[in-house]
Design a binder for this molecule. Structure first.
Ligand SMILES: [Zn+2]
Ligand SMILES: [Zn+2]
Length: 387
């Protein structure tokens, strides 16, 4: 009797275990399966290989979940990171790749539990679309430093569709409302797009190091980042000193708001500004001599890197020790900081200097970007993708 009872029991237990794991697997698959989750085909511009041009393609986006908003993209800025990622220069690009993380548009759909936005609102998305929400950094509102890594707007891992995220070179995007920004109505929309990366990347360190009235701040390099750094530091009340290698940028730096301009190639000018700056925002992504810039800092001054040169930059200990100086870095900004920056730009009427392009001109724009031939940000008019 016993022998006939035991085998079914074991079998049942065994079956239960197997079934349990199987159900678990099915559930995971359900949330990650594009066939089960409602999705839509969206027109985009992207690339299929590091050495291929960007071209029109179709991508899959999820339909709005209860906390999602869908944004019809009006403008998308062109950041140097787009080019680095499209060409796999930082490695780890998953293809196809659709870049773009300076996104401005209008909300076309909202999920049932969305509370902060409604259809028709202007909205923006920057460099990240999600994070773990549980780690120390996420809990204190520094999602950009999520200990598990924030989910990047493109080439990140979309946990809903279980594939790579696709950026703003597309008709529309679906994002959890917690990672969506409000856009001041008074700003030029196309020129607002670059605030979502270049703006907040320079704002966050200026805010973190309390740069403002009574401070002398150096901005090294006038490009997409640097030109926003000048505008924002000036509007925060600081005395702004631009440090550039290009004599051709002196007048433009002043137009952007610089109080003084130093040509870094002129030793006398550099010497005259020794020990004068409280803070330096270094926006240069080419190799350069940090020691020369550290000499410009006062005691307790900080140089923060936001540009990312390819090779390590040597720093002499005696560039730091005698003046108790700090060398630091900073990446993008939190959602809260991004909103603060956008609101601040609305109040002070600050936008980026841009050149508006059609999506069909993106490959030529990348070539010009490589030569620094843009003042100071390309922005794609996304109407061109619809047309
Ligand atoms: Zn960027
Ligand atoms: Zn986290």
């Amino acid at each position: 009797m016993l022998s006939t009872v035991i085998p079914p029991l074991v079998l049942t237990l065994f079956n239960f275990t197997v079934t349990f794991e199987w159900i678990d697997y099915i559930n995971t698959t359900e949330t990650n399966n594009t066939n089960i989750m409602k999705t839509a085909i969206v027109k985009a511009f992207g690339t299929e290989a590091p050495d291929a041009d960007l071209k029109q393609m179709d991508i899959t986006r999820r339909e709005v979940l209860e906390k999602d908003v869908e944004i019809d993209i009006l403008f998308c800025g062109v950041c140097h990171s787009d080019l680095h990622t499209a060409r796999n220069e930082w490695h780890g690009t998953v293809y196809p790749n659709v870049p773009g993380h300076e996104i401005v548009g209008r909300i076309s759909k909202v999920g049932d539990k969305v509370t902060q936005f409604k259809v028709g609102d202007l909205a923006a998305v920057g460099c990240m679309v999600d994070s773990c929400r549980e780690c120390e950094q996420c809990r204190k509102g520094s999602e950009q430093y999520c200990e598990k890594g924030n989910i990047q707007t493109y080439n990140g891992h979309d946990r809903h569709l279980n594939k790579q995220t696709f950026g703003g070179y597309s008709e529309r995007i679906v994002v959890d409302e917690d990672f969506v920004l409000r856009v001041p109505e008074n700003l030029d929309l196309a020129a607002t797009a670059p605030l979502l990366c270049a703006g907040v990347t320079t704002w966050s360190p200026l805010k973190h190091w309390n740069v403002g009235e009574g401070h002398k701040v150096g901005i090294v390099g006038i490009g997409g980042l640097g030109h926003m750094g000048v505008k924002l530091a000036k509007a925060r009340g600081a005395h702004v000193v631009v440090i550039t290698t290009s004599p051709s940028k002196v007048e433009d730096a002043k137009r952007l708001g610089a109080d003084e301009v130093i040509l870094s190639t002129d030793k006398e000018q550099m010497k005259a500004h020794t020990n004068t700056l409280n803070f330096i925002l270094d926006c240069v992504s080419a190799d350069h001599d940090l020691n020369a810039y550290m000499r410009l800092l006062k005691v307790d001054g900080t140089l923060a890197l936001v540009g990312a040169p390819e090779h390590p930059l040597p720093v002499a200990a005696f560039s730091l020790i005698p003046g108790r100086k700090s060398l630091a870095g900073s990446t993008i900004g939190s959602i809260k900081e991004t909103q603060e920056m956008l609101d601040f730009c609305g109040q002070h009427n600050i936008v980026s200097d841009i050149e508006l392009i059609k999506i069909q001109d993106i490959n030529q724009a990348y070539e010009r970007l490589l030569k620094g031939d843009v003042k100071y940000r390309f922005v794609i008019d996304m109407k061109s993708l619809k047309g």
